[in-house]
Ligand binder design. Structure first.
Ligand SMILES: NC(=O)c1ccc[n+]([C@@H]2O[C@H](COP(=O)([O-])OP(=O)(O)OC[C@H]3O[C@@H](n4cnc5c(N)ncnc54)[C@H](O)[C@@H]3O)[C@@H](O)[C@H]2O)c1
Length: 341
């Protein structure tokens, strides 16, 4: 039996409930402590999710609760300070996306953890959604041959700003908040990106940033992908948190359509399956993004126990973040941009 790992969670707001629910369900991990600047939130989370202790000061929690690792579920302006705190204490750390407001902050966190010799993972959960893992599996079998072209799409009109009101004030909104997930999925399927051409616009006049964007990515292996995402789609049925994928290769195609219908074409033959594998741990409706939180955290635990670098380590996430920066630069200049390497 592996020893149970003790997690300390920083941030007990909207999205932390998914993390805490998943930590509670995962085997061999216990919630040692939770922390929020808001005492009422910290106390309520400890009570609801069975944390032994609660705190309002992260440094104090790390000193007193002595966890095995830390899960940061605060919004991005606090990430650099909190990750540095964990690195200074020699504690492995998993931190929510977006990694940070700037690429320089991301680099600083990666460097702080490298110097301290502690593992760092970004909670980049989309690629851990079971239907997207299944697409990756299909690619790995080689049945569609070499991927040449893809479209990856996330379009909804769901009100994401109601539970996350801070999104109204983000100067850089949808590319950084949502595009970062979809770009990571593009890397997951087609590999590294060497050119980005993007356009974006603001539809909801109440926000500061942009809420609709499309990018064309040139992958280093010669493939091209179209990546599009919006929170202002009026199309019905609204597919809410579903990511749609279409990939064509030299021998066939794989398409993840609405409601997780997976169509695989290989050598002129079509096979169709349902790729949905919902976990029974959430209140209905089952949500693929919520499922992926569990799988992301399971991957982190596994990597920590095996001493392996996680798929979406801080170092790896620099490449996804560089695509975000390139997309903003491209949208501003009207030119294709090479992401930082
Ligand atoms: N991966 C996903 O699918 C997904 C979905 C939604 C949100 N998120 C991300 O999750 C993160 C948190 O979002 P949220 O909506 O839960 O935000 P939130 O504002 O509801 O919660 C954040 C909490 O962190 C606390 N906090 C901030 N700084 C702190 C500090 N130094 N010490 C202790 N507590 C501190 C705040 O008081 C707040 O309660 C964001 O980065 C967001 O982008 C990810």
């Amino acid at each position: 039996m592996p020893k149970a790992l003790r997690v300390a969670v920083i941030g007990c707001g909207y999205f932390a409930s998914f993390h805490l629910n998943a930590w509670r369900k995962l085997a061999d991990v216990e919630i040692a402590a939770v922390c929020d600047l808001d005492e009422a939130k910290a106390r309520a989370a400890a009570q609801k999710y069975g944390a032994a202790r609660w705190f309002t000061d992260a440094a104090c929690m790390l000193r007193e609760a002595r966890p095995d690792f830390v899960d940061i579920v605060t919004t991005m302006p606090s990430h650099r300070g909190l990750v540095s705190l964990c690195a200074a204490d020699g504690l492995p750390v998993i931190v929510q996306k977006p990694f940070a407001p700037t690429y320089a902050d991301c680099l600083a966190m990666v460097e702080a953890c490298r110097v301290a010799g502690v593992p760092l993972m970004v909670h980049e959960n989309f690629r851990f959604q079971p239907p997207l893992r299944r697409v990756r599996e299909v690619l790995d079998t080689g049945v569609i041959g070499t991927p040449l072209w893809a479209r990856i799409s996330f379009r909804t009109g769901q009100d994401v700003k109601a539970p996350q009101p801070y999104l109204y004030d983000e100067e850089r909104f949808i590319i950084l908040d949502l595009g970062v997930h979809v770009f990571d999925v593009a890397r997951f399927f087609l590999g590294e990106v060497d050119t980005v051409y993007a356009r974006h616009r603001r539809i909801d006049p109440r926000i500061r940033g942009e809420d609709m964007a499309t990018a064309m990515l040139g992958h280093a292996n010669g493939a091209t992908s179209i990546v599009d995402f919006t929170y202002e789609s009026r199309k019905l049925p609204d597919l809410a948190s579903q990511t749609l994928v279409s990939i064509e290769g030299t021998m066939g195609a794989v398409e993840l359509g609405p409601d997780f219908r997976l169509a695989i074409t290989s050598n002129g033959k079509l096979a169709v399956e349902n790729s949905s594998k919902p976990l029974p741990i959430w209140r209905p409706p089952v949500h693929p993004a919520q499922d992926s939180v569990y799988h992301t955290q399971a991957h982190w635990l596994d990597s920590l126990r095996q001493g392996r670098e996680p798929e979406t380590s801080g170092r790896d996430n620099l490449r996804t973040f560089a695509i975000v920066e390139a997309a903003y630069e491209s949208a501003a200049s009207g030119q294709a941009v090479r992401p930082a390497q």
